[in-house]
Design a protein around this ligand. Sequence first.
Ligand SMILES: Cc1cc2nc3c(=O)[nH]c(=O)nc-3n(C[C@H](O)[C@H](O)[C@H](O)COP(=O)(O)OP(=O)(O)OC[C@H]3O[C@@H](n4cnc5c(N)ncnc54)[C@H](O)[C@@H]3O)c2cc1C
Length: 390
Amino acid sequence: MGAYDVCVIGSGLVGASTANALVREGAGRVLLLDRGNAGGGDSALTFGMVRRHYTNPVLIQLSMAGTEILAHWDEEVGVGSSAYVPTGYLLPVPERLVDACRTNVERQQGFGLETQLLTPSEIHEVEPLLSLEGVAAAAYEPHGGVCDSRLMIDSWLLDALGRGLELRQHAPVAAITFDGDRATGVQLADGERIEAGQVVVATGGWSPEVLAGIWEVPFNLVRIQVAVLRLPPGQVAPAAVTSDAVSNVVVRSAAGRDIWVVAYQADTPTISVRDDCQLPLLDGYESAIRGPLEERFPTLAGAPLVGGWGGAYDATPDWHPLVGQVPGTENLWICAGWSGHGLKSTPAIGRVMASLVTGQTPTIDVSDLAPDRFARGFENPCAYGPGARA
Ligand SMILES: Cc1cc2nc3c(=O)[nH]c(=O)nc-3n(C[C@H](O)[C@H](O)[C@H](O)COP(=O)(O)OP(=O)(O)OC[C@H]3O[C@@H](n4cnc5c(N)ncnc54)[C@H](O)[C@@H]3O)c2cc1C
């Protein structure tokens, strides 16, 4: 079979985007491996929210560049669709968070993002269904919205396969092989050895197992659940995607008459191994969403629960991802730990990873995401404290 130039492990949003960018960069023979079906990990479970409201320049830039690609998919990818819909994105905040929110909005405006801080009466013009009890202001992005991760992955893979990508599904990596500090390739669970000049770990919440004995990946797995409610005929659905920092409920419209609802819970159970995360909703989740929903969207709160699912956030201590060389190794790269908000940045991070792997300078400086930052005592600040709002 011969050696590959690059082997990417994991074909979720990160791996598929990276593999696509690598073949487009002319990085040589590129192999993409997944232990299951392509896109079957946490990328299949996202809420689909697109926003650029971040604290730090690196995530503002990655999410802005990623959203540009989502919005111009035909020109940028040319296959399939991102299903991006700019519904608008609202982040209502209580009085105690107004200053932090204003500072974030001004920083994002400095990068050219169309965003503003709305007063309560202005919020009502954007989202009339919202109860404003306890809401002091809201960050608003008219071009925030939703997209479809599965269509994105399919599109990247179809395009890349046409350009020579080799994809192997149901090919679990059991070990990364080394010569000293230098990665030489991977060994599959059935014993097959594959040589590669560069190896990229894009295995999301499974990364601790993939890197066992090589590097202790600094993240915890945090369970997160999405409930599906079905509105009665005639009920007006939410217009914008809303992530409420007062009640901690997150709501979007979905297909047909469905809405998707997430409640950030303080007592969310942690999981030690990604495979232990069960897909169905846990008992008690319905009651966890009803209160916050009643508080923020009273007209939606009685809609019946018709389904839902759970996944895991691979949450680092500062809720920013790990992007760069795996400490203590050569030519072994990681892009994981997206802490529950990677979706809209993945079109951009794939290109960044391709630049890093091929020895070029990425167009966005990702040095603040270096995997060794915690060991160096550096953490990215989060305006609202460590959490998925980052
Ligand atoms: C419920 C939920 C809602 C979310 N909502 C949003 C949102 O609204 N907006 C947003 O921006 N982000 C959101 N996210 C986060 C976003 O989905 C993730 O950041 C993103 O999907 C991570 O992609 P990934 O490629 O790193 O991981 P994954 O999609 O998990 O991909 C990892 C892949 O690695 C493969 N793999 C694992 N081990 C091996 C092995 N040994 N050998 C080979 N392959 C292996 C897996 O099979 C999998 O396909 C959400 C996440 C969850 C769980």
